[in-house]
Design a protein. Structure first.
Lengths: 99, 228
C-alpha cells in the first residue's frame, strides 16, 4: 500500500508560515485600509486554509475523486453565498410595494 | 479479544478489492461529512455577513470590544495543536506507537488550553453584561436605538464560537479515543485510518477558527480610533 509520508521539515515550515500569517493578519487589522481590510483579512484566512488543507489534511496527496468532491463543496458554498447576497443587496433597487 | 479486534481491523471488508481502496473510501466519507459541516457553518458565516453589512456601525463597535490578544493567542494555540496532530498522524504512518500517543496527548492538552481561554473570554462577556437577552445589556459607544443590533452581534458571536467550541469538545473526545487505541497498539503502519480521519476532523475545526478569528475580532479593528 502506497502512502506518502511527508518530512517533519515540511510540516514545520507550514506551521511556521501559519504562525507568521496569524501575526500578519493581526497587525494588518490595526492599519486603516478602508474597505480593503476585509479583503486582506479574508485573503490571509484563505491562504491559511489552503496551507492546512493541502499539507496537514494531505489534499495534495489525495485521490482525484476527493479533490473533485472538494471543488464541488467550494462551488456549492459559493452558490449559497453569492445568491443570498445578490438577493439581500439588490432589495430596494426596484420600487416594489411592500418592501 | 484485543488481538481479535486487531485482526479484524486489518482485514479488507468484502465490498473492497484492496486495503488501499478501503482507506480511500474512508477518507472520502470523512470529507463528505466535513463538507456537510462546511455548509452548516457556511450558513452562520453568511448570516453574519448579511447583518454586518446591514448594521455595520453597531457590529463594528461590538467587534472592536473583543479582546484581540486572546483571539490571536487562541489562534496560535490551535495552530500548534494542528501541528502536533499532523505529527501524530505521521507517527502512526510510520508505525511509531509511542510517538502517536505522545503527539495525540499534546494535541489534547492544546485543545483543552484553547477551551480554557474561551471560558475566560466568555466569563468576561458575562461580567461586562455583553450577553444578548440579558436585562442589563449595554454596549458603550452604541446609540440606544442600536443596542438591539449590538445584541445581534453577540448572539452570532456566541452561536458561532459556541458551535466551534462544541466541535472542539467532540474533537477532544475523538483524540482521547484514538489515544486509548493507539496505546493498546491497535494502529500499525498498514492500518491507521482512524488516526488519519480523526486528524482530518481536527484540522477542519482549526480551519473554521481560522475564519472566525478575523471575522469576529479583526475586520473593524482599524475603525477603532474613529468610533470608540
Amino acid at each position: 500500500m502506497t502512502q506518502h509520508v511527508d518530512s517533519v521539515k515540511t510540516y514545520a515550515a507550514v506551521f511556521i508560515a501559519l504562525i507568521i500569517l496569524t501575526v500578519v493578519t493581526t497587525a494588518v487589522a490595526f492599519v486603516d485600509l478602508g474597505p480593503f481590510s476585509v479583503v486582506a483579512a479574508l485573503l490571509i484566512a484563505c491562504g491559511k486554509m489552503l496551507l492546512v488543507a493541502l499539507f496537514f489534511m494531505h489534499v495534495r496527496h489525495s485521490t482525484r475523486l476527493t479533490r473533485l468532491v472538494l471543488v464541488g463543496a467550494v462551488l456549492w458554498l459559493g452558490i449559497l453565498i453569492a445568491f443570498t447576497l445578490s438577493d439581500v443587496f439588490s432589495r430596494g433597487w426596484l420600487g416594489v410595494p411592500g418592501r | 479479544m484485543a488481538d481479535f479486534a486487531h485482526a479484524e481491523s486489518l482485514a479488507v471488508r468484502e465490498q473492497f478489492d484492496t486495503a488501499e481502496q478501503q482507506k480511500d473510501a474512508s477518507t472520502l466519507g470523512m470529507w463528505i461529512f466535513l463538507i456537510t459541516e462546511i455548509m452548516f457553518f457556511g450558513g452562520m458565516f453568511l448570516a453574519y455577513t448579511v447583518y454586518r453589512a446591514e448594521y455595520s456601525y453597531a457590529f463594528a463597535v461590538a467587534s472592536s470590544s473583543m479582546n484581540v490578544y486572546f483571539g490571536a493567542f487562541n489562534t496560535v494555540v490551535l495552530l500548534c495543536s494542528s501541528f502536533t496532530m499532523v505529527m501524530a498522524v505521521r507517527s502512526a504512518q510510520l508505525g511509531l506507537r509511542k510517538g502517536t500517543v505522545v503527539y495525540l496527548f499534546l494535541t489534547l492538552i492544546l485543545g483543552l488550553a484553547f477551551l480554557g481561554v474561551k471560558v475566560f473570554e466568555w466569563s468576561e462577556k458575562f461580567r461586562e453584561h455583553h450577553i444578548p437577552g440579558m436585562a442589563g445589556f449595554h454596549l458603550d459607544g452604541v446609540p440606544p436605538d442600536q443596542q438591539g443590533q449590538a445584541q445581534l452581534f453577540f448572539s452570532l458571536y456566541f452561536a458561532m464560537t459556541g458551535l466551534h467550541a462544541l466541535h472542539m469538545i467532540v474533537g477532544a473526545g475523538i483524540v482521547i479515543t484514538l489515544m486509548y487505541f493507539a496505546w493498546k497498539g491497535k494502529y500499525t503502519a498498514e492500518y491507521m485510518t482512524p488516526v488519519d480521519i480523526g486528524g482530518l476532523y481536527w484540522h477542519f475545526v482549526d480551519i473554521i477558527w481560522i475564519f472566525l478569528f478575523p471575522l469576529l475580532y479583526l475586520i473593524d479593528r482599524h475603525l477603532g480610533r474613529y468610533i470608540l
